[in-house]
Design a protein around this ligand. Structure first.
Ligand code: NAD
Length: 484
């Protein structure tokens, strides 16, 4: 496939390509241009040139364009689900859900943005008129990871366009195909330069975007390390930064739970997308009175989940994205075991697959907070379980992390719920239904999990800068001017 710049499909100046592989079969699916700094600068110039006209188009017309995109994506829903399953690996039902989110998010921001322009505020004097305008930033770079290539793109792209910005998309080099296809089938009605896609690496294309003076906002989702690098490059230029970073989400399971419900909820929260979710539950704290029963039950449940190609019906767990990611998870498990952890199930490579980066989901006990597996992001199919004595200890353990993305609680005890959502430091709190998002509910992290929010009104406002207008209508002499 080619890159989409200024309304045309183009090759890279490098004449080099990046091969995209299927993580379940290791076969080459396609190749995309290996974009360069020069390619990126061309896209920035196109987006910059398109901005003055796009920002002046009435919001109601931009809303129509976004609704059109949603409708066109729906027409290609099944095809995009299949392509996404091939390049990202998670099972079809999860990609079906990702496409649904993608379509609905375009509609959501089309509706929200059509009445957004700012507010009229009370003046300090009856002869004056004061108002606050919401204005687009200009050229916005959307830098996206591989784990939810479309969903995490549209949480940026839809509000950015709705607010009147022009956009350059940089997909992950591991999963650029569905992004290019989505733009091909659903974005051709935007004027040239309003939406651009440049494929390539973070060090070439990513940094060319982050450091160019005409890119006024960086909307980034990815690892905390890369987020720090972007912040260090963009801060001296005073760019708007919107950083959605890593996580180490806790789940607390209270003693009043139904064990079957808690086990299923925990397995889903930890293992969806093979645990490669920023909000995966990566550490679970279980009340000591039910710890043995729940851990045995969980190990049995997890050992029965079916690994396979995401395209095969009945697959619960797909492959990991690449071998290097699998090795990092194996090394965390080995490190925990050498420090005294016990593996109840999984953590090994299934012998039945000749190809693909499969790893059996693991359940670990005898873990503690001195181990990397309880402190560093795992981003793989591992559930480490720790018992707690009382709710004070559960909250202290949940907060004992540099991250603060999401946190889950399983209980019907309202007093525990209130303490949990008041005291746990996380951008999203889920009670009895982990990892369920809401279009109108802001999503993002506290502490090292990021700056800013996506989704909801908050996720629109990130893509606007505000301007206060103070207008003295009579325009006469003021008693507070000179001379004093
Ligand atoms: P990554 O940080 O390696 O890459 C993310 C994107 O940044 C890619 O497009 C990459 O090419 C680009 N990039 C890399 N180096 C760059 C640089 N120096 N300058 C500019 N761009 C650069 O992350 P990944 O492996 O693709 O995704 C997994 C990570 O993303 C995990 O840490 C996960 O927690 C995080 N994530 C966070 C959220 C959230 O909403 N908070 C959601 C999903 C994933």
């Amino acid at each position: 496939m080619k890159m989409w710049v200024n309304g045309r499909w183009v090759d890279s100046a490098s004449n080099q390509v990046i091969e995209v592989i299927d993580p379940a079969t290791e076969e080459i699916l396609d190749e995309v241009p290996h974009g360069t700094e020069e390619d990126t600068h061309q896209a920035i110039a196109a987006a910059n040139a398109a901005f003055p006209k796009w920002r002046r188009i009435p919001a109601s017309e931009r809303a129509v364009a976004l609704h059109q995109t949603a409708a066109k994506v729906r027409e290609h829903h099944d095809e995009l689900v299949e392509l996404l399953t091939k390049e990202e690996g998670k099972p079809v039902p999860e990609n079906d859900e990702e496409l649904w989110w993608t379509e609905e998010t375009f509609d959501y921001y089309a509706e929200l943005a059509r009445h957004e322009r700012g507010t009229v505020i009370p003046p300090g004097d009856p002869a004056q008129f004061n108002f606050v305008l919401k204005e687009p930033w200009g050229v916005v770079a959307c830098i996206v990871p591989w784990n939810y290539p479309l969903l995490l793109l549209v949480w940026k792209l839809a509000p950015a366009l709705a607010a009147g910005n022009t956009v350059i998309i940089k997909p992950s080099k591991l999963t650029p195909l569905t992004t290019l296809r989505l733009v091909e089938v659903a974005c051709d009605h935007f004027p040239p330069g309003v939406v651009n896609v440049v494929t390539g690496t973070g060090s070439d294309v990513g940094e060319a975007l982050v450091t160019h003076p005409d890119v006024r906002m960086i909307a980034f989702t990815g690892s905390t390390d890369v987020g720090k690098r972007i912040a260090s490059l963009a801060a001296p230029m005073m760019k708007k930064m919107h950083l959605e970073l890593g996580g180490k989400d806790p789940m607390v399971i209270a003693p009043d739970v139904d064990i079957d419900v808690a086990v299923s909820g925990l397995a889903y929260a930890a293992l969806i997308n093979t645990g490669q979710v920023c909000t995966s539950t990566e550490r679970a704290y279980v009340h000591e009175s039910i710890f043995s029963q729940l851990s045995e039950h969980l190990a049995d449940y997890v050992s029965k989940l079916r690994l396979g190609n995401g395209l095969d019906e009945g697959t619960d767990i797909g492959p990991m994205i690449r071998n290097s990611f699998r090795e990092a998870v194996e090394s965390q498990i080995a490190d925990a075991v050498s420090a005294g952890a016990k593996v109840l199930t999984g953590g090994d490579r299934p012998a039945e697959f000749k190809h693909g980066f499969f790893l059996r989901p693991a359940v670990l006990v005898d873990v503690d907070h001195s181990m990397h597996i309880m402190r560093e992001e795992t981003f793989g199919p591992v559930i480490p379980l720790m018992p707690y004595r009382d709710f004070d200890e559960a909250i202290q353990l949940a907060n004992d992390s540099e991250y603060g993305l999401g946190a889950s609680l399983m209980t019907h005890d309202a007093k525990l719920v209130k303490r949990f959502f008041e005291e746990v430091q996380a951008g999203t709190i889920w009670i009895n239904d982990p990892l369920t998002d809401n279009f109108a509910g802001p999503f993002g992290g506290m502490k090292m999990s990021g700056i800013g929010r996506e989704l909801g009104q908050e996720g629109y406002d990130e893509f606007c800068q505000v301007k206060h207008i103070h207008w003295d209508i009579e325009g006469g002499m003021k008693e507070y001017w000179y001379p004093y």
